[in-house]
Design a protein around this ligand. Sequence first.
Ligand SMILES: Cc1ncc(COP(=O)(O)O)c(C=O)c1O
Length: 414
Amino acid sequence: MVTPFLPDDQKIPALREALPSTAAGIYLNTGTAGPLPRETAHAMAEAEAWELRTGRADIHHYQDSLERMAEARAAVAAVLGTDPSHIALTHATTDGMNVAAWAVDWKPGDRVVTTSLEHAGGLGPLWALRERGGVELVIADVGTGGDPVAILEALDRAVVPGTRLVALSHVTWATGARLPIGEIAELAHSRGALVAVDGAQSVGAVPVSVEELGVDFYAIPGQKWLLGPEGIGAVYCAGSVLDRPRTTFAGYWSFESIDLAAKGKLWPDARRFEGSGYHGPSVVGLARSAAWLSMFVGLGWIHERIARMAGAAASMLADVPGVEVLTPTANMAGLVTFRIAGWKSSAALKELSQRTLCIARTIPPLDAIRISVGFFNTDGELRRFRDGVALVAENTPDTIPHRPRIEVLQGGVD
Ligand SMILES: Cc1ncc(COP(=O)(O)O)c(C=O)c1O
């Protein structure tokens, strides 16, 4: 077991041992899906084995599911700095953003405001609002997200009377900018709009206190910086949205009671936003990963280390001739996005993956490469990655040296 109190030179190897896929290459893509802790995989396997042995249909299993869901809400609430009664389980960040988008009692002509840096998971529900309900969708241009004053000015212009919802990311998926959510929430509320935040790239990477931020909804995934399973997530719902029964998906888990005449009493807490179809082992996995991070790794330590390592990665890359870092380093989180002059991002990433065994991704709309720096990454990994980037940047796709052929590496095939 890893404790939060080990010195880093012992703690990092212990954490990497507890996260087996960190040995599969230079793991730089937590922003897509983080490495699963061994402990989470065990807990999920145990839950599956139990289901296989005993079935999933007896009353004890049902009681157990209720407890597991309560544990998962509590583990997420602890990470987000709120009470479990404000947490609804979902299947993804996207689900949470849909819960928020459809919680408003929309009228034709109402306005929803977002930014020019949103992921389809947050933008999709707004697109649907515009297509289905005649809601006006306004996209405030926030550039790369690096100038908080310009961001607030852009939102100040966009959030005019008639705006019912401001929906945006805490940390943007494309440039990795951390947006000034607290100030934005104040602005939106002063104009009568609710605020829904896409927390896919923030929770588990930077400190998040939903109550201090003062937002109405905060949607998170299991699989990214919380290092949990896929197919499970959560959404924080403030008191401001719990007194209005606007649920999108309502089902078995939403009601305290419902009769055959559809007379229903929704749960007074955030469970009213839960529908159905939670995969038991994934519920267990989310709870285990979130609790593992808070109790055994230490959230404060995680946030501090990610800030330091991601900052170091950004400045290392910026020092490589031919590299342009797009991430605003004054307000970044764990993501670093960059371009290499003379290279398409997909071709450059292919070279980097083959030469350094890095696991990263491209951001197609920016034709850029994005790395995610986790607490488990080491200085040595970042230097190896930087050296690979330097080699690519010194060359063009035509001049880059060929790698030795596989059969030569393997000693030849006669
Ligand atoms: C900012 C952002 N929002 C939403 C998503 C979608 O997340 P999910 O798959 O949990 O819906 C992602 C990543 O996939 C993301 O980076």
